[in-house]
Design a protein around this ligand. Structure first.
Ligand SMILES: O=C(O)CNC(=O)[C@H](CS)NC(=O)CCC(=O)C(=O)O
Length: 292
């Protein structure tokens, strides 16, 4: 395929603080650095604006999408640098009671091309007592989102979504060549699952995976895993971050999507099926929700 389809993707790895202004300053510096090095598409992690201590503090600082100063700043920056900036997500006010975890794909004219509300809420309890109840504060999205970049179609997801392969299948079947997974993984679950989950989603979908990550010990005392990743459709890691803030970059050739899918057309081989339980009698069939 022609060289004109290739582009440079950059992931900004950051350590979001309690307040949005210093977090924006941190991201802006890294986005400028990526643009100076030739990035066409720059992604920031989940909750690029603030990671607060508790519900009360979160709601004191939340802005609505209309009023949020960091979204305006990212839009101006994209227009100034003439690049795509994908704000992995912002915590924004959704209603008096709920926030929303929303990512924004901004085009080189500063226009918002697409936004996506995280669908799957991280409500979990780890064996060591670490626990999260994202749904207490956040309103989940109900719609998967795709958008068109100049180099091919992109599907938007966030963090914990990565554990739900049906979403990725749906995005790939809707024409995605790239799938974005801006994240704030915990250190524990990241060590155990991060690379495997993201590489699996790349291999299963034949898509590039772009995952900018939060990293390190945050002002709110949470520790995130880092290791931002750019993965090709064969599952190969093209670039990986460490545990400190910074940028990673890779040249992206969308033709690799076609090569990988020609080699293993598993997207076309998927079949619908039921699950039979012989103990429950010959006519019994559990209905399953999908083919994956
Ligand atoms: O609440 C915030 O400040 C920002 N949001 C997050 O950090 C979100 C929800 S708590 N984190 C995840 O989804 C981690 C998933 C994860 O670690 C896994 O799937 O293992």
């Amino acid at each position: 395929m022609s060289d004109s389809r290739t582009f440079t993707a950059a992931m900004v790895q950051m350590r979001t603080g309690l307040m949005s202004e210093p977090s924006l300053a941190q991201a802006t510096k890294l986005i400028r650095e990526a643009a100076a090095k030739g990035a066409d598409y720059v992604q920031t992690p989940e909750v690029s604006n603030m990671m607060q201590l508790n519900r009360k503090a979160l709601f004191e600082h939340l802005q609505s999408e209309e009023d949020d100063a960091s979204l305006k700043a990212y839009r101006s920056l994209a227009a100034e640098l003439k690049i795509h900036i994908h704000v992995g997500s912002l915590a924004l006010r959704f209603s008096p009671e709920k926030a929303v975890n929303r990512s924004f794909l901004i085009g080189p004219e500063g226009n918002v091309l697409a936004s996506y509300d995280k669908i799957h809420m991280f409500d979990i309890e780890l064996p060591d007592g670490e626990s999260y109840r994202e749904s207490a504060n956040y309103q989940p999205g109900e719609t998967a989102v795709i958008s068109d970049l100049p180099w091919g179609r992109v599907g938007l997801t966030i963090c914990y979504d990565v554990r739900f392969p049906a979403l990725y299948r749906a995005l790939a079947e809707s024409g995605a060549y790239f799938i974005t997974v801006p994240s704030a993984f915990t250190r524990k679950t990241g060590e155990a699952h991060w690379h495997i989950l993201l590489r699996s989603r790349a291999i299963e979908t034949g898509c590039f995976i772009f995952a900018a990550a939060q990293a390190g010990l945050h002002e709110n005392k949470r520790e995130t895993y880092g290791h931002s990743l750019i993965i090709d459709p064969w599952g190969e890691i093209l670039a990986e971050g460490g545990v400190e803030p910074g940028i990673i970059m890779a040249k992206i050739d969308p033709a690799r999507v076609e090569t990988a899918r020609r080699a293993i057309p598993s997207l076309q081989h998927g079949r619908r099926f039921g699950v039979s339980d012989p103990k429950a009698g010959p006519d019994h069939l559990h209905l399953v929700r999908g083919s994956v």
